[in-house]
Design a protein around this ligand. Structure first.
Ligand code: AMP
Ligand code: ZN
Ligand code: ZN
Length: 405
C-alpha cells in the first residue's frame, strides 16, 4: 500500500515536471497574435438594444463579458491608457482628458498635439512596450499613448491620430501589416474607431442615429474579421473587440461652475462631468460644502474619494474633484441649453458607463461568458496570450482565467 502511494506520488511528480517543461516550451514557442480593436463609447448593452449580428457571432465562437467596468473618470484618454497598461488612471497619470501636470508645468489637453506626443505624461508600461521588450514587432492604427515614445518606445508601425482617415482604410492597413513577411509582421496590433462616441454625444445613446452607426460598426468588425481570415497567420490571431466606456443620456444642465464663488476657487481644469479644482488655500472644506449643497453635482476632497473609484492619490491630483451626477451636465456657463445629448466620464457605478469586451481566437475558450471584467484586466489578457511577463498592474489574474482554454 505504502509502496503504491509512493509510486503514485512519484508518477505525479514526473507528470507535474513534464507539465512544467511543456508549459515553458510552449511559452518560448508562443506564436500567437493579438489584434485589439476599440469602438469608442460602445455601451455594454448595445448588443441587446441594437442589431449586432457580428458581435453576437463572436460571442458564440469566443468569449464575452456581459460588461467591462471602465476606470474612473470614464473618459476616453484615461481609459484607453488603462487598457494598455492595466493601471488605474490614478496610477498611470492620465487623470482626465484635461488636467494640469505640476511635475511638467504643462496643461494636458487631448486636442493639443504637443501634449499628446509628450512621453512625460504617460506612466506605466503599455502592452506594446512589454511586447517590444520581448523582441516582438508591434503596430498601432491609433491608440492613446502610441504617439509618444513611452519608456523610449513606440509601436514599430504607428499613426498620428487623424479622424479624417476612413475606417476601411484603417482596416486595410492593419491587414497589410499582418501580411508582411515574417520578421516584419506584428504580433500585437491596436486599432481605434472614434465611433459610436461622436454620434451618441450628438444624438444620445438611444437615438436611431446611434442605432444606425452601431450597426455599421458591427458590419465593419465583420469586414475586419473576414480580412483577418486571409492573412498568412490567420490561425494564430486572437481578436479582441472592446470599448473604453459607455454613454449616458444627458437631460439637465447645472451651471454650478458659473456660480462657484471666486473666493473659494484658485483654479479648475477638466470638462463635464469631471472637474479638477484647487481651492483657495484653506477653503477646501467650504468648497466641498458649497458644491454639495447643489443638485446634480458632488464634490470630494481628493483624499476622501470613495475607494472603489481608485482615484485621488496621483501627484497630479487637485485638492478637490467635482463630479456631475448621472443625467447632469456641469458646465462653466450660465444656463446653456445647447449641451450634447449624451456624455460619459461619470462614476462607473452608473451602469450606462459600462463597456464591452469580446474575444475570439485560438487562445480563447469557445462560448465562454463572464459577468464582469475590469478594463485594467485587459493588459494581463494580452500578456497571457502573447506569453509575456506582465509589468506590475492593477488587474486580477483570477478574473481572466475563465476566458482561456
Ligand atoms: P471624449 O469623448 O471627449 O472622451 O474623447 C473622444 C475623442 O477623442 C474622439 O472623438 C477622438 O476624436 C479623440 N481621440 C481619440 N484618440 C485620439 C488621439 N490619439 N489623439 C487625439 N485625439 C484622439
Ligand atoms: Zn471614449
Ligand atoms: Zn466621448
Amino acid at each position: 500500500m505504502r509502496i503504491r502511494t509512493l509510486s503514485v506520488c512519484f508518477g505525479l511528480l514526473i507528470l507535474v515536471g513534464i507539465g512544467c517543461v511543456a508549459t515553458r516550451r510552449e511559452n518560448t514557442k508562443n506564436d500567437q497574435i493579438v489584434v485589439v480593436v476599440s469602438l469608442d463609447a460602445f455601451r455594454w448593452d448595445y448588443d441587446s438594444l441594437y442589431n449586432t449580428p457580428v458581435l453576437n457571432d463572436i460571442a458564440v465562437r469566443g468569449v464575452e463579458a456581459i460588461r467591462m467596468i471602465p476606470s474612473f473618470p470614464t473618459k476616453t484618454f484615461p481609459n484607453h491608457y488603462s487598457i494598455a497598461t492595466g493601471l488605474y488612471p490614478d496610477h498611470h497619470g492620465l487623470i482626465n482628458n484635461t488636467f494640469f501636470a505640476p511635475d511638467l508645468g504643462l496643461l494636458y489637453r487631448i486636442g493639443d498635439r504637443s501634449m499628446v506626443e509628450n512621453p512625460g505624461f504617460y506612466g506605466g508600461e503599455p502592452f506594446w512596450v512589454t511586447a517590444h521588450k520581448a523582441g516582438m514587432v508591434t503596430a498601432s492604427f491609433f491608440w492613446v499613448g502610441s504617439e509618444a515614445p513611452v519608456m523610449g518606445v513606440q509601436p514599430d508601425y504607428w499613426k498620428r491620430f487623424d479622424s479624417k482617415i476612413p475606417f476601411d482604410v484603417r482596416i486595410d492597413t492593419v491587414i497589410k501589416w499582418l501580411s508582411y513577411p515574417e520578421g516584419r509582421r506584428p504580433r500585437l496590433v491596436t486599432l481605434y474607431f472614434e465611433e459610436p462616441d461622436a454620434i451618441s454625444h450628438k444624438y444620445g445613446p438611444l437615438a436611431p442615429e446611434t442605432a444606425k452607426v452601431v450597426y455599421s460598426l458591427d458590419s465593419l468588425v465583420g469586414v475586419l474579421r473576414k480580412g483577418l481570415r486571409h492573412v498568412p497567420d490567420a490561425g494564430k490571431i486572437n481578436l479582441i473587440i472592446l470599448s473604453d466606456h459607455g454613454m449616458g443620456a444627458t437631460t439637465r444642465y447645472n451651471n454650478i461652475l458659473d456660480t462657484l464663488p471666486s473666493r473659494l476657487v484658485k483654479d479648475i481644469y477638466g470638462g463635464s462631468p469631471v472637474w479638477l479644482c484647487n481651492p483657495v488655500d484653506g477653503k477646501a472644506d467650504s468648497l466641498v460644502w458649497f458644491v454639495n449643497m447643489q443638485k446634480g453635482v458632488r464634490a470630494y476632497k481628493s483624499n476622501e474619494v470613495p475607494d472603489y473609484l481608485h482615484y485621488g492619490t496621483h501627484p497630479r491630483m487637485t485638492e478637490v474633484v467635482i463630479i456631475a451626477e448621472p443625467g447632469y451636465v456641469a458646465g462653466l456657463k450660465p444656463d446653456n441649453q445647447s449641451y450634447s445629448k449624451g456624455d460619459h466620464g461619470y462614476d462607473w457605478k452608473y451602469r450606462d458607463m459600462h463597456s464591452i469586451f469580446y474575444g475570439e481566437g485560438p487562445s480563447f475558450r469557445e462560448g465562454a461568458r463572464v459577468d464582469t471584467l475590469y478594463n485594467v484586466d485587459v493588459y494581463n489578457i494580452v500578456c497571457r496570450i502573447l506569453g509575456l511577463r506582465p509589468a506590475d498592474n492593477d488587474g486580477n489574474q483570477q478574473r481572466v482565467n475563465p476566458l482561456f482554454r
